[in-house]
Write a protein that binds this ligand. Structure first.
Ligand code: URA
Length: 246
């Protein structure tokens, strides 16, 4: 018998052995003010077992002040080898979809829910996403985006809502914690299920429209330290999702 704390503080009893997915790894504490400082912390991180097997951590890259951020699932083999996000076939599709909407890949910021590659390219586990979460929250705090596009289930469940079904919510802007999210299919899903391409193209038009709404702010001078040290949590902890044994 063990107990789990639900959002709101109530404790619920659980029978049997505590599942691996529900346990927490060391708590990441970030003190970074700038994206470069944060990337440095991520490259040294050892908070969860994914860090042990990585060749390179993949903090993310792109424009800091474009206002548009993409959050994928986790680095794959190519990303792990080079330390850069979305550089394989899913990345090519992402760049192509951006381009037909008048946006260059370099003009947006691209990162992932977890910064190290899960073995065998499996989706990240809830405990791994929780361990890495302070980095993602810090990135969003630094970026102050106008729109966060989630790619696939992991960032959707971690940032927007644990129980959401991507086929129902994709393309619909929803606001959580003062941030606008646009849930999208993962580009890799489109590569396997070509019929989703029509939907994806429609959803990307929304990004094109938002990008044209307001021009990107100028990039901050390098080394600028504009932030207070406190980063409020974006949305609730994803333990509830972990409880369901996903
Ligand atoms: N898939 C992702 O979710 N992220 C990457 O960086 C590459 C592929």
């Amino acid at each position: 018998m063990w107990t789990v704390k639900r959002a709101g503080g109530a404790r619920v009893k659980r029978a049997g052995k505590r599942k691996f997915e529900s346990c927490q790894f060391s708590t990441v504490v970030t003190t970074a003010y700038t994206m470069d400082e944060l990337a440095g912390e991520i490259r040294l991180c050892g908070a969860c077992p994914l860090s042990k097997k990585r060749k390179n951590a993949v903090p993310g890259e792109g424009r800091l002040r474009s206002g548009i951020v993409f959050v994928g699932e986790a680095p794959g083999a190519k990303e792990d080898a080079q330390g850069r996000p979305f550089i394989g076939s899913a990345g090519k599709l992402l760049s192509g979809l951006l381009k037909i909407n008048g946006i260059l890949r370099e003009e947006v910021f691209i990162t992932n829910t977890v910064k190290c590659r899960p073995p065998g390219n499996r989706p990240p586990k809830p405990a791994e996403m929780n361990a890495c979460r302070p980095y993602l929250e810090r990135q969003l705090h630094i970026l102050k985006p106008r729109l966060v596009c989630t790619l696939g289930n992991s960032p959707l469940h971690a940032l927007v809502g644990a129980g959401l079904n991507i086929s129902e919510v994709h393309g619909k802007i929803t606001e959580v914690g003062g941030i606008r999210f646009l849930p999208l299919y993962h580009p890799a899903a489109i590569l396997y299920r070509r019929r989703l391409m029509v939907e994806m193209e429609k959803d990307f038009k929304v990004i094109g429209r938002i990008a044209r709404e307001a021009p990107a702010a100028p990039e901050p001078p390098s080394g600028e330290r504009p932030l207070p040290n406190e980063v409020p949590p974006l949305v609730g902890h994803i333990e509830e999702w972990a409880d369901r044994g996903r």
